[in-house]
Design a protein around this ligand. Structure first.
Ligand SMILES: Cc1cc2nc3c(=O)[nH]c(=O)nc-3n(C[C@H](O)[C@H](O)[C@H](O)COP(=O)(O)OP(=O)(O)OC[C@H]3O[C@@H](n4cnc5c(N)ncnc54)[C@H](O)[C@@H]3O)c2cc1C
Length: 304
């Protein structure tokens, strides 16, 4: 759907708000760069895309400790069981629903306690939103039921269809970002350095092996080498971008980028397809561009 990730690299900084931050921990021998910037949202705008009627789409990303989990809407709804099973059926062993459910449970502390579907001791706190709700919310749900939709009291339970209240990732009325869940508890570790305001520009590769990271901080370029491994977790847009800048990516694209390429290219043909569900209102459904006319019913995609 997006012509190429390169099209997304037109970045405009729209906002710089400190939503989280960490004082720097220095003198670590075995340091990990876990997070590079401490503020802001980055707004990516795609190239106009035929699939959505020639329009450009807007892709905000959290440029902050905790990444997009520090700016997101906190809705806690897991992927559809059928999707995981489809991925497994496509040959991705270990990605079936029964394989991933234990990890979802391991990650979660549900405020309703542990059961067949939910974890009780994980770092990510998940809260039920039935307290302090605006009365209109219940009216809205009742209206859905009156229209014939099933009431669903848990979208992460037996089934995902229906109308009901979702849960969110929060604890004590505050956002439970990935940083709060995972990074803050690890802050005291001696082998952890969190470096903010540092932008990774490429992965250092020797003999087709990642051996370190180059990053720019306060206008200066630095390199850090890895004793064991480099983990790239820059998100769905920036991870492949960073790989491409490091000479790892689709062969055709890398050949076009050759003048900028510092590493010997490692060609990799990616075949990533995206599906967007676009909420839309129209007097003439058939006039909508293709993606808006694709709906999912009982695990099946239908084109209307
Ligand atoms: C506005 C919005 C609302 C959302 N709402 C929900 C929701 O309600 N529920 C839900 O489940 N999901 C939601 N999401 C999606 C969810 O937040 C993301 O799927 C999730 O955070 C992705 O995690 P990630 O670790 O893959 O990437 P990210 O969270 O994007 O983290 C990537 C990190 O890498 C850093 N980075 C990127 N490039 C570089 C570089 N070159 N050098 C240094 N650092 C770099 C970024 O600053 C960021 O900290 C929402 C997302 C957005 C943007």
């Amino acid at each position: 759907m997006i012509n190429s990730l390169q099209n997304l690299i037109k970045v405009s900084e729209i906002e710089w708000i400190v939503v989280d931050g960490n004082s720097e921990i220095t003198s670590a021998k075995d340091s990990w760069i876990l997070e590079q910037v401490k503020v802001s949202t980055t707004q990516f705008i795609s190239e106009p895309d035929e699939g959505i009627g020639g329009r450009a789409s807007y892709w905000p990303r959290g440029k902050v400790i905790g990444g997009s989990s520090s700016i997101n809407a906190m809705v806690y709804i897991r992927g559809h069981q059928g999707d995981f099973d489809d991925w497994e059926a496509m040959g991705n062993t270990g990605w079936g629903w029964n394989d991933v459910l234990p990890y979802f449970k391991k990650a979660e502390t549900s405020d309703q306690g542990e059961d067949e579907w939910h974890g009780g001791e994980g770092p990510l706190h998940v809260t039920t939103l039935d307290r302090d709700l605006h009365p209109l919310c219940q009216n809205y749900i009742r209206a859905g039921v009156e229209c014939g939709l099933d009431y669903n009291d848990d979208f992460n339970g037996v089934g995902m269809e229906g109308v009901g209240l979702y849960r969110n990732t929060s604890k004590g009325g505050f956002r439970m970002s990935a940083a709060r869940a995972y990074l803050h508890p690890a802050n005291k570790r001696h082998n952890l350095t969190v470096m903010t305001n540092a932008h990774s520009t490429r992965i250092l590769i020797e003999d087709k092996k990642a051996v370190g990271v180059e990053y720019v901080r306060h206008g200066e370029t630095h390199q850090v080498t890895a004793a064991r491994e480099v983990i790239v977790s820059a998100g769905a847009v920036n991870s492949p971008q960073l790989l491409q800048l490091s000479g790892v990516g689709p062969a055709g694209l890398l050949k076009r980028l050759q003048p900028y390429d510092c590493n010997p290219p490692v060609f990799l043909q990616l075949n990533v397809k995206c599906v967007l569900i676009v909420p839309a209102r129209s007097h003439d459904l058939k006039a909508l561009p293709h993606p808006a006319r694709t709906v999912r019913v009982n695990h099946q995609w239908h084109h209307v």
